[in-house]
Design a protein around this ligand. Structure first.
Ligand code: ADP
Ligand code: MG
Ligand code: ZN
Length: 735
């Protein structure tokens, strides 16, 4: 038990992070979480997939005396993590039924002599009498319970053994617990606390926004053709395609295979050897695409999945979010594409017909949310976060709805009417009922509540006669936070504070038309190629190719998945900064000293040769060695812009003013690197204004900003807007 932690330990966590894991910054709350557990307090961590939960127990385990126990539901998951830790040079091992007697003994010896830092155990093994006796003899720093939602029957992966964990821990001794989950629902969170008797535990919940994920929904027409185009355009990248039935899985996998895609199927109907082999092939990059039912996914910590496709509409947004969450865990590209058709919804409804009434109601409710998410024209990210109880103020600028908007209209009278209707009906009804009320539908519910006697009854039809309009408007008012969902009663809508203020001080609100997928065209081949993520890269593609090939070779020799050797973000950085010494290699994010010693040599050798052969003046020669920070910032900006991170966020992350970031970008562009800022510019400067400024630069004598400011002096155009447009202008025409 860690009751006395050195202040020095707490203060030097960041150095340890760099030294061991090679990361220069903690992400989000990682550092405070680690401090909390080091102080011996129970800790509850709720973070979305890919946010970096593992580090929250791995690092404190390394700086504590004794070993930490990590409880994890799947053997594959444990093996994966142990491999990764070993690659960092850390003594981590697992205890489960797959070990031979002698392997088991080695683990136990290491645990008893204190050299083992992390011991992974499945809950089944934890309950075994022998193991328990053994654990009592060891020195344990704390217990981490990963995927803690397995405790709850309300979660998506309930495991009865998880419910017994607490009793066993208590039996071993009084140990601090850190529980971690990516499940957003309050009900599950409550179950976890109760079951682990840690109601008092400090909770660290981070936003569920996954900034690097691109959400897109397309009409499910000519779906096979669309799919093949999409996968071809993403050649060489890892992807998961989810289908609803085993039969479709087999069909789609076959279809891809005949089209020269290295794809494999995965579903519960395959025998377990085939299933394991296919999963391994995916992890080891022997196959690029896995076509699967939802049986596939949990326990796959593969960080470089570049796309997740829902070939069929999923049953719930919870499932959809979980599955799309498997894309881009490493923070790089992650595309989430879903094919939508109402036929799929009808099919799913049919599956529910044998369920009990309550189950059927629930399932229908979940499906309705799915339909709404798919068809609404509002920013997908705002919708998703709103569904999970987070309010997101602006459009994200990085989803299909943001990049290609449906028709927009402004409403004010309509919005007032909706809010009044909510008020007049005492905030006790759902959107469907309110839409009936506003359009004057005299059904039995309306009559039984005497809502046909209210003055708002039928008032909506005078403004807009389609009921769909009102359903959609009400949903959008929820997403924009004028209305809020009642947490206790499913579907019930109430006025938010913002909505109450609006009633006395209304103004026009922009809403968007719903999609009409029946009539939407599918993307052409060219449009597909342009794609949302077709931006130029900052790294040396040829070198990256060589590095990846080497990584694959090394991985094969060591019988490890390639991402265990180095992850993609590290490789991209290598292909940008050309490290040719051990010290330089250790500077790369995600490369600690352990990895430099284990794998560095061959990679450094490769880069050295490449640099010599191609007579490249490496970044180190030119910039980094003289002004370390400056060029690092540039590289950082280039990478972030590539990932379409907003400039404000880049500024925040690096503690710079927006103007400084723009200045750096100007330098980058003047030195000949193209940067595509459209994603950001479209978000902050309206189209007409962009047009005007662009035209100005076309005809202007110089690109001088003061002169431009003069020209636009009567229009309140800011200097930043002008500079952003100048960058766009120069990048499109100059470079
Ligand atoms: P989770 O368990 O929350 O889904 P993981 O622990 O698997 O997420 O981490 C996801 C990815 O984030 C991994 O590729 C990991 O290497 C990376 N990561 C974690 N912490 C950091 C950090 N501080 N800086 C950079 N990358 C990090
Ligand atoms: Mg995890
Ligand atoms: Zn968006």
């Amino acid at each position: 038990m860690v009751n006395k932690v050195d202040k020095i330990v707490l203060d030097t966590l960041k150095e340890r992070l760099k030294e061991i894991f090679g990361y220069s910054q903690f992400r989000g709350d990682q550092e405070v979480i680690i401090q909390n557990i080091l102080l011996g307090k129970n800790t509850f961590v709720i973070m979305p997939t890919g946010a970096g939960k593992s580090l929250c127990y791995q690092l404190p385990a390394l700086v504590s005396d004794g070993m930490a126990i990590v409880i994890s539901p799947l053997i594959a998951l444990m093996k994966n993590q142990v491999d990764q830790l070993t690659a960092f040079g850390i003594n981590a091992q697992f205890l489960n039924s797959t070990l031979s007697k002698s392997e088991m003994n080695r683990v136990k010896t290491d645990a008893l002599n204190g050299s083992l830092k992390l011991l992974y155990i499945a809950p089944e093994s934890l309950t075994k009498e022998d193991n328990l006796d053994f654990l009592k003899k060891t020195k344990i720093s704390f217990v981490a319970i990963d995927e803690a939602h397995c405790i709850s029957e309300w979660g998506h992966d309930f495991r009865p053994e998880y419910r017994r964990i607490y009793g066993i821990i208590e039996n071993i001794g009084k140990l601090p617990i850190i529980a971690l989950t990516a499940t957003a629902t309050p009900k599950v969170q409550q179950d976890i606390r109760k079951n682990l008797q840690m109601e008092e535990a400090e909770t660290f919940k981070s936003s569920f926004n996954r900034k690097n994920l691109y959400y897109e929904i397309r009409p499910k027409k000519d779906v096979k053709k669309q799919l093949i185009r999409y996968v071809r355009n993403n050649k060489g990248k890892s992807g998961i395609i989810y289908c609803l039935s085993r039969k479709t899985v087999e069909e789609v996998a076959e279809l891809l295979k005949v089209n020269d895609v290295r794809a494999r199927p995965y579903h519960a109907g395959l025998d377990s050897n085939t299933r394991m082999a296919n999963q391994d092939a995916f992890l080891n990059e022997d196959c690029e695409v896995i076509v699967a039912t939802i049986a596939f996914g949990m326990g796959i910590d593969k960080p470089d999945v570049r796309f997740v496709i829902h070939y069929d509409v999923p049953k719930s947004l919870e499932g959809y979010y979980q599955e799309t969450g498997r894309a881009g865990r490493d923070g790089l590209e992650g595309n989430c594409l879903m094919f939508y058709s109402y036929d799929d919804i009808l099919k799913l409804e049919k599956f529910n017909k044998d369920k009990t009434v309550t189950e059927r109601d629930n399932a229908r409710h979940l499906l309705n949310e799915m339909v709404a998410y798919s068809t609404l024209g509002v920013c997908r990210r705002r919708q998703l976060l709103s569904y999970f109880g987070e309010y997101f103020e602006n459009d994200c600028g990085f989803c299909d709805n943001c990049l290609k908007s449906t028709e927009k209209t402004k409403i004010q009278q309509e919005a007032m009417l909706v809010l009044k209707a909510v008020e007049k009906t005492e905030q006790r009804f759902d959107g469907e009922h309110l839409a009936d009320l506003l359009t004057g539908k005299e059904n039995q519910y309306i009559r039984s509540y005497e809502h046909d006697k209210l003055d708002v009854f039928g008032k909506g039809s005078e403004l807009q006669d389609s009921r769909e309009f009102w359903v959609s408007a009400i949903r959008q008012l929820v997403i924009f936070n004028y209305l809020e969902k009642d947490i206790e009663n499913y579907g019930v809508i109430r006025l938010s504070d913002k909505g109450k203020k609006y009633l006395s001080d209304p103004y026009p609100i922009t809403i968007q038309k719903d999609h009409d997928f029946e009539h939407e065209e599918i993307k052409t081949d060219e449009e597909e190629k342009e794609g949302a993520n077709g931006s130029a890269h900052a790294y040396d593609e040829a070198l990256l190719g060589l590095l990846k090939a080497l990584r694959k070779k090394v991985a094969k020799e060591k019988n490890l998945p390639p991402f265990v050797i180095f992850q993609d973000p590290s490789m991209e950085e290598m292909a940008t900064t050309y490290p040719t010494t051990q010290q330089e290699m250790a500077q790369i994010n995600g490369v600690g000293m352990g990895k430099v010693q284990k794998f560095g040599k061959q990679f450094i050798e490769l880069i050295k040769n490449y640099v010599e052969e191609n007579e490249i003046e490496t970044a180190q020669d030119v910039v980094i060695k003289s002004t370390v920070n400056k060029s690092k910032i540039k590289i950082y900006i280039i990478q972030q812009v590539d990932r379409k991170v907003s400039l404000d966020e880049i500024a925040d992350a690096k503690d710079l003013a927006l103007a400084d970031v723009i200045e750096e970008i100007e330098h980058i562009c003047y030195s000949g690197t193209k940067l595509n800022l459209d994603y950001y510019i479209n978000q902050v400067i309206d189209k007409d204004r962009q047009h005007d400024i662009f035209d100005y630069f076309m005809t202007a004598e110089s690109d001088n900003i003061a002169a431009a400011a003069d020209e636009f002096s009567d229009e309140e155009v800011s200097e930043e807007e002008l500079r952003l447009m100048r960058i766009k202008f120069l990048s499109e025409l100059g470079n």
